[in-house]
Design a protein around this ligand. Structure first.
Ligand code: PLP
Length: 377
């Protein structure tokens, strides 16, 4: 059997990893500023993470949601504390798309409505409703096409107000990334997030903060939407949550009430996933990783802004977009193959930095030095 060939792959096989360093099968070392797409939050093979997962595996790796799993309760408690949402309720699933799918479904159950407001440039995943709310017609299959999603321009308060004025009573949810990742590191403005909050309150619409990529401490605050001083009704999470172990979740405000059978999944919240997520939060807390993300991120952003070749530097903390002119289209490739640094990208020509939250200043400097060289390659 062959693999179903959907991924354009770099010809690199990673065989070893530690912190923000990875090694390929030939022994070549790389600096990892991509973290496997914002997933590696506390660094590769962190000793506490490895120990917690290994210990758990030696006890029980999996049982379904038909029995009590105290690790889920411990995770909910810890997540409530670290995220500052102590009162919220946690539902566990397995990926970012699934988190958004469940959040949208929950919103619709709550107010018995069908319409969802999403934004231009948004990416919310590839499952049915999540992909319908994603601004990329290419990945929406005919079966996912629906009239229920209203796409509005990002950061445009007047359009938002107009949509609510015309059909506010029909809108189940507004879903928004605090910082659009796939959309090229575009930050939602404070004014925009506050307007969403106010309109959702007025029309009893559910505010869903997609924090799959921009959340989990990456920006220096737990949820990037926190910068606007607002509370969403549901926060969706995945990526950094398990440092590579597949886990997703939604943090749900008390106003949304559960009933048995309302949501469900076989693998969600299994023992190993919870152990991984607990290890992540423990390390984040012990090592003050949100503060580190803020400090090293601010440093990187201010240094990157010095390069006159760069069109714009966007983002917060360790979610950074370097917008380059089209003539510098080789920078990402050269960083990887000449200078052995992994970065991400977004269209048209934005380099995305999504490293582990414990990236060191020396590693940031190493990147800056090589970045300067690639601009001249
Ligand atoms: C903002 C956002 N939401 C949702 C998703 C989907 O997550 P997953 O790939 O885990 O389904 C992604 C993935 O890149 C994302 O960036």
């Amino acid at each position: 059997m062959n693999l179903f060939d959907v991924y354009p792959l770099n010809n690199i096989e990673i065989v070893k990893a530690a912190g923000s360093t990875v090694w390929d099968a030939t022994g070549q070392e790389y600096l990892d500023l991509y973290g496997g797409h914002a997933v590696i939050s506390i660094g590769h093979t962190h000793p506490h993470y490895v120990k917690r997962l290994t210990d758990q595996l030696n006890k029980v790796g999996f049982y379904s949601n038909s029995v009590k799993i105290p690790l889920q309760v411990a995770l909910a408690k810890k997540l409530g504390e670290v995220s500052g949402k102590i009162e919220n309720q946690l539902f566990l699933c397995n990926s970012g798309a699934e988190a958004n799918e469940n959040a949208l479904k929950l919103a619709s159950f709550y107010n018995n409505r069908k319409k969802v407001i999403a934004f231009k440039g948004a990416f919310h995943g590839r499952t049915s409703l999540a992909v319908s709310a994603t601004d990329n017609p290419k990945i929406i299959a005919p079966v996912n096409e629906t009239d229920n999603i209203i796409f509005l321009p990002f950061n445009h308060v007047a359009s938002l107000e107009a949509a609510f004025a015309s059909s506010g009573e029909e809108i189940a949810a507004v879903i928004i990334e605090g910082i659009q990742g796939v959309g090229g590191i575009q930050e939602a403005s404070v004014e925009f997030l506050r307007s969403i909050r106010a309109l959702c309150d007025k029309y009893n619409t559910v505010f869903i903060a997609d924090s799959v990529q921009c959340g989990y401490g990456r920006t220096g605050l737990f949820y990037s939407h926190d910068y606007a001083g607002i509370e969403a009704d549901i926060y969706t999470m995945a990526k950094g949550m398990g440092n590579g172990f597949p886990i997703g979740g939604i943090s749900i405000s008390l106003k949304l009430k559960p009933w048995h059978g309302m949501l469900g999944t076989t693998f969600g919240g299994n023992h190993l996933a919870c152990a991984a997520a607990l290890a992540v939060l423990e390390v984040m807390e012990q090592d003050n990783l949100m503060a580190n993300a803020a400090t090293v991120g601010s440093y990187l952003i201010s240094e990157l802004k010095q390069f006159k070749e760069v069109k714009e530097v966007r983002g917060r903390g360790l979610m950074i977009g370097i917008d380059l002119p089209s003539e510098l289209s080789n920078v990402k490739k050269n960083l990887l193959f000449k200078h052995h640094i992994f970065t991400g990208e977004a269209k048209p020509n934005v380099i995305r930095l999504l490293p582990a939250l414990n990236l060191k200043k020396e590693q940031a400097d190493q990147f800056l030095e090589k970045f300067a060289l690639t601009l001249k390659d």
